[in-house]
Design a protein around this ligand. Structure first.
Ligand SMILES: Nc1ncnc2c1ncn2[C@@H]1O[C@H](COP(=O)(O)OP(=O)(O)OP(=O)(O)O)[C@@H](O)[C@H]1O
Ligand SMILES: [Mg+2]
Length: 338
């Protein structure tokens, strides 16, 4: 039965519908999203996503990280069945996409780049429309659901205002509220904090944590490294359509050595000694000298500094951030566009 072949991208056959429980993961693993060699080349010839193998474990808050143009939205559109991949496969909740979209999507809340809103309707009435478009939603409890969703994203007070008068951040919140009308197994959020002020960003982050603690898997894209570090358990890093790495956030950063930092009133001497000790990329900024630590024992470096008469006020290795990991992996600054 289960005979994967090289020519059939989906060996499972077209069995969705019949006994089509989107919860059934026939492959028996715990991944909520799984792609294999997923590729999208746009009609203009742009290779936006290139051979992506993504595995999103159940219960994770998964950060999909990459600079502008790295293929995040394109990937999300393929996952949600909005566009067809050029090649490769995508499975969501254990089912092939886009084929099983009808069975899968009711379990998935999605917020994708600029939610479609009716400007002439109030925020509340926009949600009422969304809810009414869901055949599984009970009309008798519609108002309660809408009120709860508005409350959850902090829009209760502005619910009567026309959506066209909403700020970008308010529109973003309304889109998120639409994704939260029903309990979901998976939330897919494309840059959910885009356009929000710092307070709004904090609110969305705490909402994401709250949803995750209820057991919802959250897949969120961002070009903000610190955002991913703050909320995500797992992350995948994209650059120019290709997956650079994926795994536990803690492991991604830990795989990279942080910067050596020496605080000293003798920075020039300190820099010389660090270079002699084999440190790379030595940078002096006033009384701070930073460098990539050489292999070997850090204590040897402190010894060398002291022996050379360098007065040391502070010495340590800064914890590597995801940004350090990104730069180490790609050899590029994070702001480079694809
Ligand atoms: N409809 C389209 N037709 C042609 N090319 C496209 C289309 N949409 C996106 N692209 C190109 O595909 C690449 C990936 O774009 P995508 O929107 O997926 O990136 P992204 O990571 O979401 O970027 P951002 O952080 O700016 O949202 C870019 O080079 C983009 O110009
Ligand atoms: Mg995008």
């Amino acid at each position: 039965m289960d005979q994967p072949s090289a020519t059939d991208p989906d060996p499972e056959g077209s069995g969705d519908g019949a006994g089509g429980d989107a919860g059934g993961d026939e492959s028996g693993d715990e991944s909520v999203i799984r792609t294999r060699a997923l590729t999208k080349r746009y009609r203009g010839g742009q290779l936006a996503v290139d051979g992506l193998d993504l595995t999103v474990p159940a219960g994770s808050v998964f950060g999909f990280l990459g600079p502008n143009g790295s293929g995040k939205t394109t990937t999300i559109r393929m996952l949600m069945g909005l566009i067809e991949p050029t090649s490769g496969t995508a499975r969501v909740l254990g089912r092939p996409m886009p084929r099983a979209a009808r069975t899968v999507l009711p379990h998935v809340g999605a917020l994708i780049e600029g939610p479609a809103l009716y400007g002439f309707l109030s925020g509340r009435d926009n949600l009422v429309r969304y809810d009414a478009a869901d055949p599984t939603a009970d009309p008798r409890t519609r108002n309660t659901r809408v009120a709860a969703a508005l409350d959850r994203v902090g829009l209760a007070a502005a619910a009567g205002k026309k959506a066209k008068a909403y700020s970008l951040g308010m529109k973003q919140r309304l889109g998120l509220a639409a994704a939260l009308l029903q309990p979901r197994r998976l939330l897919v959020l494309d840059e959910p904090t885009n356009g929000l002020d710092p307070q709004g960003m904090r609110e969305i982050r705490s909402l994401v944590r709250e949803l995750a603690s209820d057991g919802t898997t959250v897949f969120l894209s961002s070009h903000l490294l610190d955002e991913i570090e703050q909320v995500c358990t797992h992350a995948a890093v994209m650059a120019q359509g290709r997956l650079i790495t994926q795994g536990l956030v803690a492991d991604l950063a830990a795989g990279t050595r942080g910067r050596l930092v020496v605080t000293t009133p003798d920075p020039a001497d300190a820099a010389r000694v660090l270079k002699e000790q084999g440190a790379g990329d030595v940078v002096v900024a006033e009384d701070r000298v930073t460098a990539d630590p050489p292999d070997g024992e850090l204590a040897d470096i402190t010894m060398a500094l002291v022996t050379a008469g360098v007065r040391v006020r502070g010495f340590g290795v800064e914890r590597a951030s995801l940004e350090d990991a990104f730069v180490a992996l790609t050899g590029e600054g994070f702001d480079v566009a694809g």
